[in-house]
Write a protein that binds this ligand. Structure first.
Ligand code: NAD
Length: 700
């Protein structure tokens, strides 16, 4: 504990070194800030010390506040960052920040309170607090605009994206780029500051600059932010603070910042984003698979099937520099699949987001093949052929026969039983489900489906692979639809029933979009195409329990040849070439007829009912999934929904949303729907228990 911050006098310098691995977080409770303050006070009284140098040990200067301390009672009697930086404003000996790796959040605020900043090339400097739904709360909103001007500072704080030291030098955020090793390079710079007697430059004086009229600048900025950050309050509050930096004295600006911080910190948005921050770190942990489990090397990959999914999956590998062979049934299918990939990359090049030589390199890592013999040495093979058990079993028998020992055999099935697929081989321990989402080269989510006999090393390797190809891997157990799609059944079912009871597609979509989804269920269906679901429903018709309610509206729409955007008509109408949905009276007529046919008297449906029926259908099934162990933890379900289904991040995912609403209230609604609508709504046992205990899905 005692060396969490070290202080040593070296020549004329009082050198303060942050030493709180892994990122030198400014933990209040561990006394990091108090120790920095103590060191400064000691040096102030030491005539040998002419200046202070603050540096970080290890990989970086400082990653900012200790996020686990947010929302907890503050540690009484120990210095906080706002205290410390205020004190630094009273120090009359030069204070220098020597920065390497990164200075983020509180780390940059600490550096901003210094009088000089020098950084190694490539160092990242930023204020990413907005990503946690808060604002820089230790003078960052006041000092950064005074250094960079209002426009640049606002951009940096609203995006939360860091800038490299080279750019920071151009903008005046750092005074000099350092050369050589740390901390020697910083010590050299600090000694020069002393030797040259450089005048102290404080970041708390004057006011921030803005080009043109202050009113016009902030009116434009607010309009832009409101549009781009719908549902997120933090960016607008940051904008208020920057305005204060332009119009008010420093002290009042700091007060504005403090008020804004206190307003945002307990809000749902910030709590949701912090929940996801921890959920994203937790998701890789698998209780019975130790973190040091030996993983298999993945140097080459193969994909079976060059269709919609196979092509996208292959792109993920070549994007990460892993060569891929794609196997198809015919040269024509292969040419078609490779053509789609090539056009996909070409479009990215045309938009200026990929260099031609990078496209060429990636295409060079792809090879189409027609024989299994050609893929036998791949370290992993992912099957993405038609969703048909007989076809999949055949493919896996073949893979079992040809693939080298130790190869991972993965299936991208969305609905089929991975245990049954594994049973087609004599090596079920090597078989796993890797459920990508469409478009597979874009969507972040990867459900890693652990079958009964999947080896622990295969699971660990797949989770590691997810990171390599820049996906968020979430472990799921075997069941129909795994985590995401299984929950989605209820969501779409309720959306459909609501139409029969009195709502229209545009009302349901509006409510879901106002909640924060980019698109409601009917717009999404039109985008994805209605035919796929229709074929599945036709196949299931014979085995569908006759006593259960079934809405025929979706089938009727398909029978009219309306398959969504691709036919310019689905739940909505579309002008040719346009993606804007136009409500269609023909569909309204069809819905009203369906209500009559089902003997349902249409009624006014409130927005709240729409929201609760769609969301709590997700939550109730999510609770079953959790209880059955299909998901390892509630936060994994939240990750699935925010990274694969467009659930608004600022609501933290469906299970966190339920926790926020209060599980007793959620249960009350579920019980009411159960009484009104029958067995689809049988309350989850886990929900019942937690509601009774006053508990939550996610540990508090
Ligand atoms: P698709 O019809 O676009 O592509 C399937 C491809 O596999 C075709 O090119 C076909 O020629 C090829 N193929 C079929 N049998 C083959 C065999 N024996 N050997 C080699 N190639 C063969 O289908 P898709 O949408 O890419 O779906 C593929 C798999 O991915 C399915 O299991 C599906 O459930 C799953 N999936 C699809 C989505 C989606 O949104 N489309 C999402 C997740 C998972």
């Amino acid at each position: 504990m005692s060396d969490i911050v070290t202080y040593a006098v070296q020549g004329h310098l009082g050198v303060i070194t942050l030493n709180n691995p892994p990122v030198n977080a400014l933990s209040v409770s561990k006394g990091v800030l108090q120790r920095i303050l103590d060191a400064i006070k000691e040096g102030e009284h030491d005539p040998a010390v002419k200046a202070f140098l603050i540096v970080g040990s290890g990989r970086a200067f400082c990653g900012g506040a200790d996020i686990s301390e947010f929302g907890k009672p503050s540690s009484v009697g120990l210095s906080t960052l706002p205290n410390l930086v205020s004190y630094m404003d009273t120090v009359t000996k030069p204070m220098i920040a020597g920065i390497h790796g990164f200075a983020l959040g509180g780390g940059l605020e600490l550096a901003l309170a210094c009088h000089f900043r020098a950084a190694l090339p490539g160092t990242l400097l930023g204020l990413p607090e907005v990503k946690l739904g808060i604002l820089p709360g230790a003078h960052g909103t006041q000092r950064l605009p005074r250094v960079l001007g209002a426009a640049r500072a606002l951009d940096m704080m609203v995006s939360g994206d860091p800038i490299p030291a080279e750019k920071a030098l151009d903008l005046g955020l750092v005074d000099e780029l350092l050369k050589g090793e740390m901390p020697a390079a910083a010590i050299q710079f600090a000694n020069r500051v002393v030797r040259e007697g450089r005048e102290i430059k404080r970041t708390n004086s004057g006011q921030a600059a803005v080009d043109g009229s202050v009113e016009a600048f902030f009116a434009n900025a607010r309009a832009r932010i409101a549009k781009e950050h719908r549902g997120y309050p933090a960016p607008l509050v940051i904008c208020d603070c920057v305005e204060a930096a332009v119009t008010l004295p420093f002290k009042q600006g700091v007060q504005r910042e403090r008020d804004g911080f206190e307003k945002l910190r307990p809000g749902t948005e910030s709590r949701s984003l912090r929940h996801l921050f921890f959920a994203e770190r937790e998701v890789a942990k698998i209780p019975d698979v130790p973190e040091d489990t030996r993983t298999r090397e993945i140097r080459t990959a193969a994909v079976i099937g060059a269709g919609t999914m196979g092509g996208g999956i292959a792109m993920n590998f070549v994007n990460a520099g892993i060569p891929v062979k794609i196997l198809e049934m015919s040269q024509a299918a292969l040419d078609k699949g490779l053509g789609v990939i090539s056009r996909n990359y070409a479009a990215t090049v045309a938009k200026g987001r990929l260099r031609q030589e990078d496209m060429d390199r990636r295409m060079g890592l792809l090879q189409g093949v027609l024989e299994y013999e050609a893929i036998k040495d791949a370290d992993i093979v992912i099957e993405a052929v038609f969703e048909d058990m007989a076809v999949k079993r055949q493919v896996f028998e073949k893979l079992d026969a040809v693939m080298k020992p130790g190869a991972i055999l993965a299936t991208n099935t969305s609905t089929l039983d991975v245990d049954e697929i594994a049973a087609a081989t004599k090596r079920p321990e090597d078989v796993i489900g890797l459920h990508f989402f469409s478009p597979a080269n874009v969507m972040k989510l990867l459900e890693v489906v652990r079958a009964a006999k999947t080896g622990k090393d295969v699971l660990a390797t797949s989770m590691k692979l997810a990171r390599t190809i820049r996906k968020v891997g979430v472990v799921a157990g075997v069941c129909d639809g795994f985590i995401g799609n299984r929950m989605l059944h209820g969501y779409f079912r309720e959306a459909g029933f609501l139409l029969e009871e009195g709502a229209l597609p545009q009302q349901v979509d509006r409510v879901i979009e106002d909640f924060g989804f980019a698109m409601g269920p009917f717009r999404v269906s039109d985008l994805a195409g209605l035919d796929v679901g229709w074929y599945i429903r036709k196949r299931q018709a014979a085995t569908r329990p006759a006593h259960l309610r079934y809405s025929k509206v979706a089938d009727r729409i398909c029978e009219m040849g309306r398959f969504g955007q691709k036919t310019n008509a689905g739940w909505y109408r579309y002008a040719p070439g346009s993606r804007t949905p136009i409500p269609d009276p023909q569909i309204e007529e069809l819905i009203v007829e369906a209500s009559a046919e089902a003997g349902i008297t249409r009624r006014e449906i409130s927005d709240q009912e729409i929201l609760e029926r769609c969301m709590y259908a997700l939550v109730n099934e999510g609770a079953n999934i959790l209880k059955e162990g299909i998901a390892l933890r509630a936060s994994d379900i939240d990750i699935v929904y925010v990274s694969g289904y467009g659930f608004p991040r600022y609501r933290g995912g469906p299970m966190f949303h339920a926790d926020t609403a209060g599980l007793d209230k959620v249960l009350e609604s579920v019980q009411r729907f159960h009484a009104q609508h029958g067995e689809f709504w049988a309350p989850s046992k886990l929900l019942e228990r937690l509601a009774k205990e006053g508990g939550t899905f996610n540990p508090a």
